[in-house]
Design a protein around this ligand. Structure first.
Ligand code: DX5
Ligand code: ZN
Length: 221
């Protein structure tokens, strides 16, 4: 499978974001992972659609907007208009509102011509999002509790990756993008890929590395 590395700009220096985006593209990144936090679904606040809009002209890489926010439907339009290529929304944030909110949000994202994905936290069984797999371009399994970069990978998530890949095969989507977010390192990347994930988000592993190109290529191999 084609392995893609999605550096998370949460770990970047926001004062030089433009240069950073260009450097990530030169260094072999496959997507730019944009962590959107609202101070409510998760404690910190990061940025909104304006960041996506500003970095959009700087790269041809897909912008992967990971919305860690309450009421995601209210923000879809802004991220779609700003130029996000994929928007992912949390099962937990949607479930709080209603049983059908996740499906409605995914359909809304698609109605803007943007790819969509559902996200589960480490304590949510991946089976909970099986009903929306057919709608999703990607599923995102959190391997840390969302909110902060630099946390340790939760090993129990490995079995969820296997289950997700198995279910993707079962529904006739063997190549579906399965993204892992949190605590990805050079030490665990091979096991994560072997379990069936093909999109690896990496914050610290890319931004703390002395050589960005070498780090991205090591995560891929
Ligand atoms: C956590 C974010 C992650 C985070 C990953 O809430 O969704 O994308 O930036 O950072 P690392 O790779 O350092 O765990
Ligand atoms: Zn993320």
């Amino acid at each position: 499978m084609n392995i893609k590395i999605a550096p998370s700009i949460l770990s970047a220096d926001f004062s030089v974001m433009g240069e950073t985006i260009k450097k990530l593209e030169r260094s072999g990144a496959d997507l730019i992972h944009c962590d959107v936090m609202d101070g409510s679904f998760v404690e910190p606040i990061t940025f909104g659609g304006q960041m996506i809009k500003n970095i959009r002209p700087l790269t041809s890489l897909p912008l992967d907007a990971h919305l860690m926010i309450e009421h995601p439907k209210t923000q879809v339009k802004f991220f779609a208009d700003a130029g996000a290529d994929i928007i992912t929304v949390h099962y937990k944030a949607c479930k709080k509102i209603s049983d059908s909110y996740l499906e409605e949000t995914l359909k809304m994202i698609k109605s803007y011509g943007v790819k969509c994905g559902a996200v589960v936290n480490p304590d949510v069984p991946v089976e909970n999002i099986f009903p929306v797999f057919p709608l999703c371009d990607m599923v995102l399994l959190m391997s840390v509790y969302p909110g902060y970069g630099g946390q340790k990978f939760i090993p129990e998530v490995m079995q969820k990756i296997e289950k997700a890949r198995e279910y993707a095969r079962f529904i006739g989507r063997p190549d579906m993008d399965i993204e892992i977010d949190g605590g990805v390192t050079l030490d665990n990347a091979a096991a994560i890929r072997a379990a069936g994930a093909n999109v690896l988000v990496a914050g610290s592993a890319v931004f703390n590395a002395p050589d960005t190109t070498a780090a991205i290529s090591a995560l891929k191999k």
